[in-house]
Design a protein around this ligand. Structure first.
Ligand code: DUC
Ligand code: ZN
Ligand code: ZN
Length: 477
């Protein structure tokens, strides 16, 4: 099998950094070697088939984005990235595994939804991919299928306290699902917002003429997130089911999670880059020559961007430092302005919800290292190692060690990345991050030993990625 040596770099893990060479045989890492060691012969570089020079650069485990929505039918349209375009964009940005959400809705069967997602993804992905299962219709049949999900490597499922009539579960349904999940060791992922109350607020705003994207953020008030987070925590406490709250954006929701963790509960929270950098005032309230006050539609997502004046963004960084939040995913759910976001020109309720960031998560979080918000090691932990442990991939993914898949990124701290719709690889006609400058650059990306990105060139191909059958979360107690 072909061997690759990544030499001269600093290998960074969640627990430290070391000058070391990484030896790859085929798809696997076989050794992490002290530079100059003769243990494998006197000149490792001369005997390797491929040598990647990482001098002056960081060598990190490939990113794992545990929250994407490729080809998701939503808001009267479909998320604009296919598995092909989305996973390729992810690879460009140093992400080597994604976990997407298969969908079941009320009145349909879980295995049918899952089969549809396998069909969308198989043979099309640039990087490895797994699935969570959205259970949008909790009933006897969907609950009966949960044990089979675990057998099929889908060890986490998602419920929604928002979107009545679409994915929504009421408290009784959540309770039933959690009782079953507790027995199986399935991780319950929760979209925690009080959907029925939000829909009333949104209707009241729209009826009084407040129809611009800004009011999306007003309708989805932080109290709606805090309340739902608390309710989910209580149901988790009652049933003993571990809980993972997705896309946390309100500091009050973080406080609920922190209090529950202090109380000994096995609950976790993820945030997303948009909640670290962007705000209600600056983005949802933006205007432009092209779009007028509809400009803010680019940033309509749920949970919504929060007020900077209220300090949510700073609090998200703090919570990442203190481990009150454990990891960062993107909730990548892209829609173009033309023909998609435009559906809500006259009414914010009709704007498809979602932001696309799968390509930029590693860079945007690295900027947090540059600005001193997080350490280098924490960067690796929250973007790769913890996602691997949370979702039953650790050992194979999320770490550079013998036996692990050779998913490796060479990251140049002296490089520079400018984000723009003109240069990104996601299938979107705009960027939520237009003009952002990052002090760092993804130089080389290996996926199971194959160099798929190098020196600003894409070398992989559709179908490189394989389905990831996941084990149980390693945070179960
Ligand atoms: N939030 C989004 O922004 N998009 C898709 C679904 C969701 O919960
Ligand atoms: Zn959600
Ligand atoms: Zn989502």
């Amino acid at each position: 099998m072909a061997t690759t040596l990544i030499t001269g770099g600093t290998v960074v893990s969640a627990t430290g950094r070391v000058e070391a060479d990484v030896l790859i045989d085929g798809e696997k890492i076989v050794a992490v070697v002290h530079p100059g060691s003769n243990v494998f012969g006197s000149d490792l570089a001369a005997s390797a088939d491929t040598v990647v020079d990482a001098t002056g650069k960081y060598v990190i485990p490939g990113g794992i984005d545990a929250h994407t929505h490729f080809e998701l039918p939503f808001g009267g349209t479909e998320a604009s990235d296919s598995f092909e375009s989305g996973t390729r964009a992810a690879a460009w940005g140093g992400t080597t595994s994604v976990i997407d959400f298969a969908v079941q809705t009320a009145g349909t069967r879980v295995p049918d939804g899952l089969a549809a997602w396998h069909e969308k993804a198989a043979g099309n992905c640039a990087i490895d991919y797994g699935f969570h299962q959205i259970v949008g219709g909790v009933d006897d049949a969907s609950l009966a299928y949960l044990p089979t999900l675990v057998d099929e490597g889908i060890t986490s499922y998602k419920l929604f306290m928002a979107y009545p009539g679409v994915f929504y579960s009421d408290d009784g349904q959540i309770l039933r699902a959690m009782q079953k999940a507790a027995d199986l060791g399935l991780l319950t992922m929760m979209h925690a917002e009080n959907g029925p109350a939000i829909d009333v607020l949104a209707a009241q705003l729209a009826e009084s003429g407040k129809t611009t994207p800004y009011y999306h953020g007003i309708a989805r008030a932080w109290q709606m997130e805090e309340e739902a987070t608390h309710r989910a925590i209580m149901l988790s406490h009652l049933t003993g089911a571990p809980l993972y709250v997705v896309h946390v954006s309100a500091k009050q929701a973080v406080a609920q999670l922190a209090a529950a963790r202090d109380n000994g509960q096995n609950v976790f929270g993820e945030t997303c880059p948009q909640y670290l950098y962007l705000s209600l005032e600056e983005q949802l309230g933006a205007t432009s020559e092209e779009w007028g006050d509809f400009e803010g539609a680019k940033w309509v997502c749920s949970t919504p961007l929060r007020s900077r004046e209220e300090g949510h963004q700073d609090h998200m960084w703090q919570a990442l430092r203190t481990n009150d939040l454990q990891m960062v995913s993107t909730d990548h759910c892209p829609f173009c302005m033309k023909g998609q976001k435009e559906l809500g020109t006259d009414d914010f309720r009709k704007i498809p919800n979602g932001i696309g960031s799968v390509e930029h998560r590693m860079d945007l979080l690295y900027q947090g290292v540059v600005t001193g918000q997080i350490t280098l090691e924490r960067w690796v932990e929250i973007t790769s190692t913890t996602p691997a442990r949370m979702f039953g991939l650790y050992g194979r993914k999320g770490v550079i060690q013998p036996g692990a898949d050779a998913d490796v990124v060479v990251y140049d701290p002296n490089g520079r990345t400018t984000i723009s719709a003109a240069t990104h690889h996601m299938n979107m006609d705009h960027s939520a991050w237009e003009g952002f400058q990052v002090d760092g650059h993804v130089d080389t990306v290996l996926s199971r030993g194959k160099v798929i990105v190098d020196d600003n060139q894409y070398l992989g191909r559709k179908g490189d990625g394989s389905y990831l059958k996941r084990g149980l979360s390693q945070y179960l107690v």
